[in-house]
Design a protein around this ligand. Sequence first.
Ligand SMILES: [Zn+2]
Length: 190
Amino acid sequence: MGLIIRSSSIHAAGCYTTAPIRRGTRIVEYTGPIIDKDEGDIRYEGKPITYLFGIGDGTRVIDGHGTAMFINHSCDANCETEEVDGRVWITAIRNIAAGEELCYDYCLYDGEEDAPCNCGARKCRGSMFSPEELRRRKRQTQSAAVTKKKKVAPAKKQKSADTKRAPARGKKIVARRQQPAKKQRSGSGR
Ligand SMILES: [Zn+2]
């Protein structure tokens, strides 16, 4: 199967297939050195873009290096990621035609910056953060607003609240699959 990297309308460069891919195919592994999440935070402090991919319970990350790190996010993706024995694979969740750009839902869950989405899907949620993370942030903003009303003390922009909840500071953005790894679907599907 031929994968090529070229410019993408979603973001900078993207990963395209030159041959058709059947649903359920493990296309490419998300490769790179595995490091502690804390080390990743230090390594990429202040960098707007990282290619860290959380694995296991999230205390370790793959520091993306290779073809898979170029795969862009989409809210209406043709791939998903699955973790098998500590290795992460990009797997087709539908049949993909030759020439299509590969993409999966990043479901970001960490990072202080916004991560606006440009995927162009009809049901684009406008952000690369996971729906759960977006709900959590909304709740946080709401409760911060309530606190502001009650207190007269100088409001310090929810920064402190943020660091309390978030496991790590830094500007790290870690992409991670939202669902636990699935068994490969066989035969009949949705
Ligand atoms: Zn989107």
